[in-house]
Design a protein around this ligand. Structure first.
Ligand code: HEC
Ligand code: HEC
Length: 343
């Protein structure tokens, strides 16, 4: 990391400390469920979102002290302007610029997800932060030590008391607060959403054509308005899985080798680079992959190998139309929503 960048982060942290006053003047927090999305998976009844819990979760999300070097917060790798991914990095960069092996995933619409991570290694939102915290290439901390640091801070003790009525901060409240913040990160106000919900969103002829081709050729996997069916599949990015076996690393089933989560395509214009290994930098490259780059292997998804032909057939115009459609999934309100930003 450059000196200038370190200085910038240091100044940011100091400003953060100054701004560290929990004033609850806004109306209580509310999660509005969009009508074009299915019923959520995460039970909000088990962890009801309160304004204080939400603000506390947000403070934790942006707090570098959750990591061993005091710099790498959740928000370091999950940045709002790029839909809570780490922009510009093929694989994530953590404490002391240590490299992870996978591309940072977007955080949005998590209450609809049954499983998390590219390999589905975690099946409950509340347990997601533990992986990041304790991973030596991410935050390189221990839960125990984070709780110790939080309990040493009077401001955090007050905030946890107000949000959860506890004197000592324990992992349950710590994880609940982070989940409350993440649960509110709902992206469903793109032009496409406003079009399907008849809220005045207009799609051009080209975008509509892209949508029609997308429905035909992509939506088996990128299904529903979540743009994923939540399954794990091999879309032919590689046929050498020695470095990353994907879903097999969790299930230990060889039939899962090289299968990765079908990611949502919401805000895809801003979440580059793409795929679990960050191997493509543009949407055009992604489409070239589907038409000409699909690599065969034992676990390649049958959808991408029909009539003994690899990949998806698309002409150049169709690719352009799909890209135009994908850009209608950008939710500018979400990317700029001040309620979610650090300051
Ligand atoms: C060093 C960068 C880094 C940090 C710090 C980090 N993450 Fe992540 N996050 C990632 C990467 C990379 C993935 C994908 C990992 C994988 O699939 O193996 C991910 C995945 C996730 C996911 C899963 C999204 C999905 O669709 O499955 C959530 C939620 C998440 N992180 C939340 C957090 C929270 C909360 C914190 C702070 C406690 C945090 N992350 C800290 C890099 C980071
Ligand atoms: C057989 C299922 C399947 C089909 C069909 C499919 N995809 Fe995918 N898609 C996936 C999987 C799985 C991934 C993640 C693969 C990985 O990272 O290894 C993915 C990743 C992507 C990504 C990168 C997302 C990100 O966040 O990195 C884009 C963009 C994408 N697909 C677009 C499309 C388009 C456009 C089509 C139709 C032309 C399509 N996909 C068809 C399964 C599919």
């Amino acid at each position: 990391m450059s000196f200038k960048k370190s200085l910038w982060i240091l100044t940011g942290s100091l400003l953060g400390l100054l701004a560290f006053d929990f004033k609850y003047t806004d109306p209580p927090w509310e999660v509005k469920l969009p009508s074009n999305l299915p019923k959520p998976v995460y039970s909000l009844n088990d962890n009801p979102i309160t304004e204080k819990g939400f603000l506390l979760g947000k403070k934790l999300f942006y707090d570098g002290n959750l990591s061993s070097n005091g710099i790498v917060s959740c928000g370091f790798c999950h940045q709002q302007p790029s839909a809570f991914t780490q922009h510009g990095h093929d694989v994530s960069h953590g404490v002391n610029d240590r490299l992870g092996k996978r591309n940072s995933l977007a955080i949005s619409n998590v209450i609809w997800q049954k499983t998390f991570f590219w390999d589905g290694g975690v099946n409950h939102l509340d347990f997601v932060p533990l992986n990041a915290l304790e991973n030596p290439v991410e935050m390189d901390e221990t839960l125990e030590n984070v709780l110790r640091k939080l309990n040493q801070s009077e401001k955090y003790r007050i905030a946890f008391r107000e949000a959860f009525q506890v004197e000592e901060i324990q992992s349950a409240q710590f994880l609940s607060a982070l989940s409350q913040f993440m649960a509110t990160l709902i992206s469903a106000n793109s032009r496409y959403d406003k079009y399907v919900r008849n809220e005045g969103g207009q799609l051009s002829g080209q975008e509509l054509s892209g949508l029609a081709i997308f429905k035909q050729k992509c939506s088996t996997c990128h299904a529903t308005d979540l743009f994923t069916d939540g399954s794990y599949r091999n879309n032919g990015i590689s046929n050498d899985f020695r470095y990353d076996k994907g879903r097999e690393e969790i299930t230990l089933n060889v039939n899962d080798r090289g299968k990765f989560k079908v990611p949502s395509l919401r805000n895809i214009e801003y979440t580059d680079p793409y795929m679990h290994n960050g191997s493509f930098y543009t949407l055009e490259e992604v489409l070239d992959h589907y038409t000409d780059g699909v690599k065969d292997s034992e676990t390649l998804d049958p959808v991408l190998k029909q009539n003994a032909k690899l990949g998806i057939t698309l002409n150049e115009q169709e690719k352009k139309d799909i890209v135009a459609f994908l850009k209608t999934l950008t939710d500018h309100e979400f990317l700029r929503d001040k309620r979610f930003s650090e300051y």
